[in-house]
Design a protein around this ligand. Structure first.
Ligand SMILES: NC(=O)c1ccc[n+]([C@@H]2O[C@H](COP(=O)([O-])OP(=O)(O)OC[C@H]3O[C@@H](n4cnc5c(N)ncnc54)[C@H](O)[C@@H]3O)[C@@H](O)[C@H]2O)c1
Length: 388
């Protein structure tokens, strides 16, 4: 039986972007935190950042100066994994590499108490595989925060094959206490958000490659008719092609090369050229030049939006069919994790499953490509005129 008390000691491994953010949340919620990183400079950087953040929060009146000081004092920074011996929960946020994560979990299991819960913040690796390096795998699970963790409300809670129900329930309760919106996701490639979002990028690139519209027009269409905060090309440039392309390639391989997730040559070439997006000054857009003007044609704009949204809905329907998550968690994940204007199944109900199905059937017929095959669940909802 795994349980976490109000004053549970939290261990965090990895003082990078994610580990630092997770440490902030835990300390702000009154926990003692032990932050471990193999690199002393990374710890120093994280410590400076956390101090600045807590003082800023106090200045803005978001927390009291006493609580800011208390939170700073509650964090211990160390390079020794052994210092996690008293942790009740350890959240691992080190480099995304299966062999390295397995090694750290196996070392960790020998240090912590038998009743301590061990979580991984992996975005794309199998939780079950990471857990297999620990004898007592009932206490291991995935706990996927979004960047930046203190600001993004979504957390994907991912039980591995061996996770105990009490492990999962105590983490769900803790996340709610921390003010997060946890969703439960099956241990499948890319969990919910990173899986469902693939067509937002992939279908946009596909249309650009075919010459249906340019980047600026596709971005304009998605923002104007889809109410997305950012267009797909702006977003990919913002995320960086070193991250976004690699995720696409990883997901494609993890799904045994299903054409639905096929990466594109256009994005691969950007990566090869070092055009990583905003951070390198050039990606799909050149940030050193004037931005191209979209072709504001409403008919074209709606066709673009409907094609991408139909593909997104199809992905959500397939995830529901395969039990990746409940319909409400699938919808919540996209709204709270990537700021989608609506949940995708909600969107299907509004638009009508039949209309979504018609768009996909049309694409499948036009291209003869399995990439466009409608999910059996979408087909059923369309033919029986049902809601999700
Ligand atoms: N950055 C994101 O947007 C994001 C979002 C969700 C999940 N994640 C996942 O979170 C994890 C961390 O990502 P990040 O962006 O914070 O990485 P990062 O590169 O910013 O930080 C990783 C830290 O881990 C440390 N580290 C590496 N190997 C270690 C080891 N063996 N022992 C101790 N410390 C070690 C490094 O020194 C570094 O400080 C990855 O699994 C990533 O996939 C990242």
């Amino acid at each position: 039986m795994f349980n976490l008390s109000e004053n549970a000691c939290i261990g965090v491994i990895g003082a990078g972007a994610m580990g630092t953010g997770i440490t902030q949340i835990a300390a702000q919620n009154g926990h003692k935190v032990c932050l471990v990183d193999a690199s002393a400079p990374a710890l120093e950087k994280s410590q400076t950042l956390l101090k600045t953040t807590f003082y800023k929060l106090a200045e803005k009146g978001k927390i009291s100066p006493e609580n800011a000081e208390k939170a700073i004092q509650a964090i211990r920074f160390t390079t020794a994994l052994e210092d996690l011996y008293s942790a009740d929960l350890v959240i691992e946020a080190i480099v995304e590499n299966l062999a390295i994560k397995k090694e750290i979990f196996s070392r960790l299991a020998a240090i912590v108490k038998p009743e301590a819960i061990l979580a991984t913040n992996t975005s794309s690796l199998s939780v079950t595989s990471i857990a297999s390096s620990v004898k007592n795998a009932e206490r291991v699970l995935g706990l996927h925060f979004f960047n930046p963790p203190p600001l993004m409300p979504l957390v994907e809670v991912v039980p591995g094959l061996a996770s105990a129900d009490s492990t999962v329930q105590s983490i769900l309760a803790l996340m709610k206490k921390w003010g997060k919106k946890p969703v439960l996701a099956k241990d499948t490639p890319a969990f919910i958000v990173n899986r469902l979002a693939r067509p937002f990028y992939g279908e946009a690139i596909r249309m650009m490659e075919e010459g249906i519209a340019d980047c600026a027009t596709i971005d304009w269409a998605m923002k104007t008719f889809g109410q997305f905060k950012m267009g797909p090309f702006e977003l990919m440039d913002y995320i960086g092609h070193d991250v976004n392309y690699v995720v696409t390639e990883t997901v494609f391989a993890a799904f045994f090369y299903d054409p639905r997730y096929r990466p594109s040559f256009s994005q691969k070439r950007l990566l090869e050229a070092g055009r990583l997006g905003k951070k390198s000054g050039h990606g799909f857009y050149n940030y050193g030049a004037a931005m191209p003007e979209p072709q504001k044609d409403e008919v074209l704009g709606r066709i673009i939006m409907e094609r991408i949204v139909a593909m997104l809905i199809n992905e959500a329907a397939e995830a529901l069919l395969l039990g990746v998550a409940s319909a409400s968690d699938l919808d919540l994940a996209m709204k709270a994790g990537v700021n989608y204007p609506k949940g995708l199944l909600e969107w299907a109900n509004e638009w009508g499953a039949h209309n979504v199905y018609t768009v996909l059937k049309g694409l499948q017929e036009t291209y003869g490509d399995d990439r466009y095959r409608p999910s059996a669940l979408l087909r059923q909802k369309a033919l029986q005129n049902e809601r999700f």
